[in-house]
Design a binder for this molecule. Structure first.
Ligand SMILES: [Zn+2]
Length: 198
């Protein structure tokens, strides 16, 4: 399993609920398209770059300094956090908005924390707000990275098993087995089933 070892909160091995300061799930505020942050995201270039698999520096043209931003896929969600005042107060800012803008245009890659997969565009299974999949994130914790990737792509993302098997160079039967194990674990909510890694 590929782990993002450089991010601070992944070093905490305690239960998720007990972690303090875990980066929030990205949400788009109502009317975000009309916010100044969204306008800046579209008009100002970013001179920043990746720090590690989970964080980037964002340095917008009109900013006086760069901002360190968490931007990483985790389970079935996208986590985003920024140290600026705007994000602290509104959970939305030009720096996070810029990364989303860049990502949907294929300009940056975003890593999935558990599977290690680099996504050049938002994956088909990613949903926000009321559209989010009704799946318990803690139930996803028990899946191996291969099971999780298959479950996200085929079940949540509604990609055909054969298409996914072809893209990942595997036999459809292998993917079918991964999926049935994943579904069982998600249903049962078995947290530790991958050899005790978590
Ligand atoms: Zn910010």
């Amino acid at each position: 399993m590929v782990r993002v070892s450089t991010i601070e909160w992944s070093a905490d091995t305690g239960p998720v609920d007990e972690r303090i300061g875990e980066p929030p799930t990205l949400r788009f505020p109502d009317g975000f398209e009309y916010t100044e942050s969204w306008k800046r995201a579209q008009t100002e270039s970013d001179q920043g770059g990746p720090i590690n698999d989970a964080e980037r520096m964002v340095y917008l043209e009109e900013s006086s300094k760069p901002h360190r931003v968490v931007f990483v896929l985790d389970g079935a969600r996208l986590r985003a956090d920024c140290g600026c005042a705007g994000y602290h107060h509104r959970q939305w800012c030009a720096h996070v908005a810029s990364l989303w803008w860049q990502w949907v245009r294929g300009r940056i890659q975003v890593t999935h924390r558990q599977t290690g997969r680099e996504h050049e565009m938002p994956p088909c299974w990613l949903r926000f707000g009321d559209e989010r999949h009704d799946v318990r994130e803690d139930h996803l914790d028990g899946l191996t990275s291969a099971e999780l990737d298959a479950y996200l792509t085929c079940d949540l993302g509604e990609t055909g098993v054969r298409e996914y098997a072809r893209k990942t160079s595997r036999a459809p039967g292998t993917v079918g087995n991964l999926l049935s194990r994943a579904r069982q674990k998600v249903e049962d909510g078995v947290a530790v089933t991958d050899g005790g890694h978590r």
